[in-house]
Design a protein around this ligand. Sequence first.
Ligand SMILES: CC(C)(COP(=O)(O)OP(=O)(O)OC[C@H]1O[C@@H](n2cnc3c(N)ncnc32)[C@H](O)[C@@H]1OP(=O)(O)O)[C@@H](O)C(=O)NCCC(=O)NCCS
Length: 181
Amino acid sequence: MTSSDRRFLVRPETAQDHDEIARVVTAAFGSPAEARLVETIRASAEYIAELALVATLDDAVVGHVMISRCTLHTEGAMTSIVMLSPLAVDPAHQGNGVGGLLVTTVTTIADANGEPLVVLEGDPNYYSRFGFVPASSHGIELPLPDWAPEAAAQVKPLTNDVAALRGTVVYPASFDVLGDH
Ligand SMILES: CC(C)(COP(=O)(O)OP(=O)(O)OC[C@H]1O[C@@H](n2cnc3c(N)ncnc32)[C@H](O)[C@@H]1OP(=O)(O)O)[C@@H](O)C(=O)NCCC(=O)NCCS
């Protein structure tokens, strides 16, 4: 699936993009930790190739997003769900809708794939415009780093969401590279 907004295109990442993705993610976050997270998720069982997307401008990578698997502990069961992390846009191209294009495209594909919901940790002032709501209001708990406010834990219910999917998210080992999960 490909989306476009003005000159920006969104498509699945390829092996040829890896170095450019690392550059964009490092520049966006101002540290190498999230680029390491991208590489660790990519090498893990939680990676979903069709939900790892790049935004390009004139064939150059200007943004990247990943949705990958994590576990939801519900009453008496462990269910595989998906998490959006990380999202990064090259600082030189921020404020042009690239982040929004990546979030809407990747969550639309997740919905079409039958995923019931997407969880994430991020700024609600940004993600609420894409249909993310506080995870706590939806019966879902995300363990957050000490510095993050509770409102950072968010969920976007998708078409196949069901009431049984309420519980606590367990981050995969890939997130250990961030050192705060
Ligand atoms: C957050 C990020 C992905 C947004 O990408 P972008 O392409 O600039 O986003 P868009 O153009 O779609 O949206 C821009 C809007 O989001 C707002 N915005 C950007 N970051 C925001 C944040 N952290 N909190 C609240 N609003 C934010 C901008 O002010 C702008 O608002 P406006 O539409 O009212 O002018 C980008 O700023 C980035 O890579 N930041 C560093 C990495 C990061 O924080 N990633 C998210 C981790 S959860």
